[in-house]
Design a protein around this ligand. Structure first.
Ligand SMILES: Nc1nc2c(ncn2[C@@H]2O[C@H](COP(=O)(O)OP(=O)(O)OP(=O)(O)O)[C@@H](O)[C@H]2O)c(=O)[nH]1
Ligand SMILES: [Mg+2]
Length: 190
């Protein structure tokens, strides 16, 4: 397995940009606001401050591109479904995500859909998953914040998540307890 030797923030895009036409593959991270997308990117790259993390949802508003090993782009997308964000801002974010993933024509080599272990897949999560299936996207589900599920409830909760998601590759993860990062890394570097 190749390791991450270098990771650099390249730019935050808010629409069509020549950077997306670079031949190097794009690997995207998507999920609800506050689910831990930026934290996962930092854990994977071993750089605490690469992607901005916040306890306030809605921190990431742009499509942030990070160049990994000079060979592919890791794409940190803004989170969806944050009800407290002003409506026009929420719509802007949803439009940006929708454009990048489904309308732009840019290809993603792989998409990591992050869901919250304790909350389980939300209506928004299941809707975007359905859209990925319809567009034949190569997806991996990451169940993050597994540390928040009591060990006595873990098996039941994982089964519930698997039942609602259906056939799909799933990785259990916690950036806080450092669980699942090697599996994610392997999936990323394949
Ligand atoms: N308990 C727990 N908290 C986590 C975990 N991963 C991330 N967090 C926390 O969740 C909060 C949100 O993390 P971010 O990485 O900023 O989430 P995001 O998905 O990038 O959020 P947006 O940019 O708003 O879409 C922060 O307070 C993190 O410290 C985890 O595995 N377990
Ligand atoms: Mg973020």
């Amino acid at each position: 397995m190749t390791k991450i030797k270098s990771a650099q923030f390249v730019k935050g895009a808010v629409g069509p940009d020549s950077i997306f036409n670079d031949m190097r593959p794009q690997i995207a991270f998507i999920g609800r606001s506050n689910v831990g997308k930026s934290s996962i990117i930092n854990s994977l790259t071993g750089q605490n401050k690469l992607a901005k993390i916040s306890s306030l949802p809605g921190r990431t508003r742009e499509i942030n591109l990070f160049l990994i090993n000079d060979s592919f782009y890791l794409i940190d997308l803004p989170g969806y479904g944050y009800a407290k964000l002003p409506k026009d801002m929420r719509i802007e974010i949803e439009k940006l995500i929708n454009w990048y993933l489904f309308l732009s024509g840019y290809e993603q080599k792989k998409i990591f859909l992050i869901i919250d272990a304790k909350v389980g897949p939300t209506k928004d999560d299941l809707e975007i998953l359905q859209a990925f299936r319809e567009h034949n996207k190569n997806i991996v589900i990451v169940v993050n914040k597994i540390d928040k599920v009591k060990s006595s409830e873990k098996d039941k909760q994982i089964k519930k998540i698997k039942d609602s998601i259906g056939e799909c590759k799933i990785i259990l993860c916690s950036t806080k307890s450092n669980i699942g990062i090697p599996s994610l890394l392997e999936e990323l570097m394949q």
